[in-house]
Ligand binder design. Sequence first.
Ligand code: B12
Ligand code: SF4
Length: 449
Amino acid sequence: MSKNILLVNPWIYDFAAYDFWLQPLGLLYLGALLRRNNHQIHYIDCLDPYHPAMLDAGLLPRRLSSGAGKFHRDVIAKPDCLKSIPKKYCRYGIRPDIFKRELELHQDAELVLITSMMTYWYQGVTDAIKIIRETLPGVPIVLGGKYATLCAEHAVRHSGADYIIAGAGEKQILQLMHNLFGEETLFEPDYGNLDSLPYPALDLVRKLEQVTITTSRGCPYNCSYCSSHIFNDKFSTRNPLRVADEIEYWRRNFGVKNFTFYDDALLVNPEKMIIPILQEVKKRNLSCHFHCPNGLHLREINEEISKLLFSAGFQTIRFGFETSDFKKQTETGGKVKNEELRSAVKYLKQAGYATADIGIYLLCGLPGQKAREVEDSINFVLECGARPVLAEYSPIPGTKMWEEAVALSPFDICNEPLYHNNSLLPCRNDDFTLAVYNKFKAAIRNLYY
Ligand code: B12
Ligand code: SF4
């Protein structure tokens, strides 16, 4: 029997948030799978910048043609544990009364699926669940995603959801449908083949400005600060021609021009993935813009790939370099070396990219990290002719670096996920202080503006 299922993408509560092509991709994958199983799928996006009730109230945030842009924000009271932080704390997205009114239109919902992104955004999840409970009493609520996986015990105690699902959701949600409603699975994907999954239900997005896409799940590396292996214990990839088919599907049927890759390891094995995809996109005259706000692997960049990225319309490129300190590079996983950055920048520039286009992520505030290391890394990136982009380290439970982070953080990161917030610089220390970090950040900003 077909069920009415409501998908909810909750609010972000944070000191700052920007829509860098954000979509709740995991949730929309599950929505598509359930739809393929004959269920009726509905979607409420608390982050929707174009919600008609918000537009009627004159609350349209500034958006870019690429599909990135601002969210509407309301300043809210800080939780007690963040009271000492001298910054405004905001709820990003639609107003709660609008969310409630939207929920009232879904009185026939039989199940609610809610996702969670950053662990430290969990208050947006718990507040949304509270309102769902009040408005749709008795409807089971299932929580999954990053917070549900990385802080499962916390989520059980605090989220208010009926079911917490950790890790990849496809198999587990079909199992839950069976357990809850006795539903037989009509369509079961081959879990070893990502191409057997239906395309994510991005058609439910009110104004589809950009499509988020993945060519793989997981990562062949295992860096000590990263949780990729917790979500996917092995690296699995799609067929590049099927990825090109997906791009063509959204391009031709929905007119979408901007595509954002959410892979952990998009450039790994380029001859088997990114090269054939981009060649195919060119052959099919799809004329797209591509973005990758997530860190790409520098190691794979050579002359051919650089030219292809540039000519195929890769506009936003960011690379995960993290540090120029050789010892730290090796200890944390060895995904890149200094000489690889130098040669990659050379090839990217020959292909047509300007200095400001080549964003190099540097991880700041790793446990015990000295200011000098960050400063040296910034200087090395500048010397190579690229643009340093500072990324504050967010400690993640279950990663190799977690114990060290717990031992060295001045915050109780073990018991309070709000302290994982990167903008707190959760593992700051007496040498690499917030003031030093702000000084570096301002110096980089001055170089570019
Ligand atoms: C794309 C991405 C980004 C993008 C977009 C943001 C976003 N949140 O989507 C950008 C580049 C902007 C970004 C930025 C950052 N990111 Co990021 N990002 C990712 C990434 C690579 C992919 C997320 C994704 O959509 N995956 C694909 C989908 C299919 O997988 P999924 O969401 O996990 O969904 C599956 C399951 O979780 C589950 N599921 C999901 N929802 C639901 C719901 C229900 C009901 C059920 C049953 C199941 C379920 O089923 C799905 C299908 O199997 C993840 C790493 C990863 N491997 O997941 C990091 C990750 C989420 N990011 C992380 C971090 C640290 C950051 C930054 C703080 C980095 C920095 N220092 O600057 C910033 C902060 C951004 C901000 N403040 O806005 C951390 C999380 C940290 C945390 N404490 O929670 C992650 C996990 C990477 C890591 N380092 O380990 N990120
Ligand atoms: S290479 Fe990137 S995605 Fe892979 S484990 Fe390291 S940080 Fe995570």
